[in-house]
Ligand binder design. Structure first.
Ligand SMILES: [Zn+2]
Length: 249
C-alpha cells in the first residue's frame, strides 16, 4: 500500500450531508469540512489540498469540535491562510485550460464534430456544444479509461516478469493512497496517477505487483521491487515529494 504524502493517514472518510460548517477564530471566519465516521474515536484536524477538514466520531457534540478548533486556533488560522495562498484557481473545464497526462501538459480545446474527448498530440478535443459539467465528466471518464488501460499493461508486464498470473487491476478514487494490493491478486491504483510521469506509475505498479509475492514491506519485498524497477527509490521519493498536487483533480 502506498499512502500519498501531505495528508494525515486517515480512515476512509465519507462526507457528511450537513451544510459546510464554519467558526470565528480571533476575528477570522474559518470554514471547514466536517467528516463524521463510525470508526473514529477522537476528533482530529487536518489540512489537505481541499482545505481544513475535521474528522469526528459519529456522535461527537459540536461543542467538542468548537473547543478543539479554539484550542488550536493559531495553528488553524496559519494553516488555512497558507492553503488559501497556495491553492490553484478552481478548474472551470473550459477551452484553454490545461491538465496533465503522463507527466505532460495537455490543453483542452473545443472542436466541432467531436463526440467523445479525443487526444491529438498535446490537445484534448471536446465537443463545443457541451457545458462545463458535461466536459468535466467526459474528460474525467476519458482519463479513467486511459488510466485503466495503461495501469493494466504495466501490472501485466511486471507480473509476467515475476512469472505470476496477471492480476485484476481496478481503479481507485482514494484521496489518501496511490495503490493497494489485496490477497487473491487484486490491485487497485489511483486513477489520478494517470497525470503523473510514466516512471512514477511504473513504480506504483511494480510496488503493488511485488505485493503479489510478498504481502509486506520486508527486505525481500524491496528486492522484488528493485528487480522490476532498479531505481525505484528515486521514483518513490519523487512521488512522495511532488505527487500530492495531482490529488486536486
Ligand atoms: Zn506496499
Amino acid at each position: 500500500m502506498i499512502h500519498s504524502p501531505g495528508l494525515q493517514s486517515a480512515q476512509p472518510l465519507r462526507a457528511s450531508p450537513e451544510p459546510a460548517p464554519a467558526i470565528e477564530l480571533d476575528g477570522h471566519h474559518i470554514a471547514y469540512t466536517l467528516l463524521r465516521t463510525r470508526r473514529r474515536r477522537t476528533i482530529s484536524l487536518l489540512i489537505d489540498e481541499r482545505g481544513l477538514r475535521v474528522a469526528a466520531p459519529l456522535k461527537a457534540p459540536q461543542r467538542a469540535i468548537d473547543d478543539l478548533l479554539r484550542e488550536h486556533a493559531a495553528w488553524v488560522i496559519r494553516k488555512v491562510r497558507d492553503w488559501q495562498q497556495k491553492r490553484p484557481p478552481p478548474r472551470l473545464w473550459i477551452a484553454g485550460e490545461s491538465l496533465m497526462l503522463f507527466g505532460a501538459s495537455v490543453t483542452l480545446e473545443a472542436h466541432t464534430g467531436i463526440v467523445l474527448p479525443q487526444l491529438e498530440q498535446n490537445r484534448l478535443l471536446f465537443n463545443p456544444q457541451l457545458a462545463p459539467p458535461a466536459i468535466e465528466s467526459g474528460v474525467r471518464g476519458w482519463l479513467k479509461q486511459q488510466a485503466l488501460s495503461y495501469f493494466t499493461d504495466r501490472c501485466t508486464d511486471f507480473s509476467a516478469q515475476l512469472e505470476l498470473p496477471a492480476p485484476a487491476v481496478r481503479l481507485s478514487n482514494a484521496r489518501t493512497r496511490w495503490g493497494s494490493c489485496h490477497a487473491g491478486g487484486r490491485i487497485r491504483m489511483n486513477w489520478r496517477l494517470v497525470q503523473t510521469p510514466p516512471a512514477w506509475i511504473a513504480y506504483v505498479a511494480a510496488h503493488e505487483v511485488a505485493h503479489l509475492r510478498q504481502m509486506n514491506h520486508s527486505p525481500a519485498f524491496w528486492h522484488t521491487v528493485a528487480a522490476l524497477v532498479p531505481d525505484y527509490a528515486e521514483r518513490r521519493s519523487a512521488l512522495r515529494r511532488d505527487a500530492h498536487r495531482f490529488l486536486l483533480l
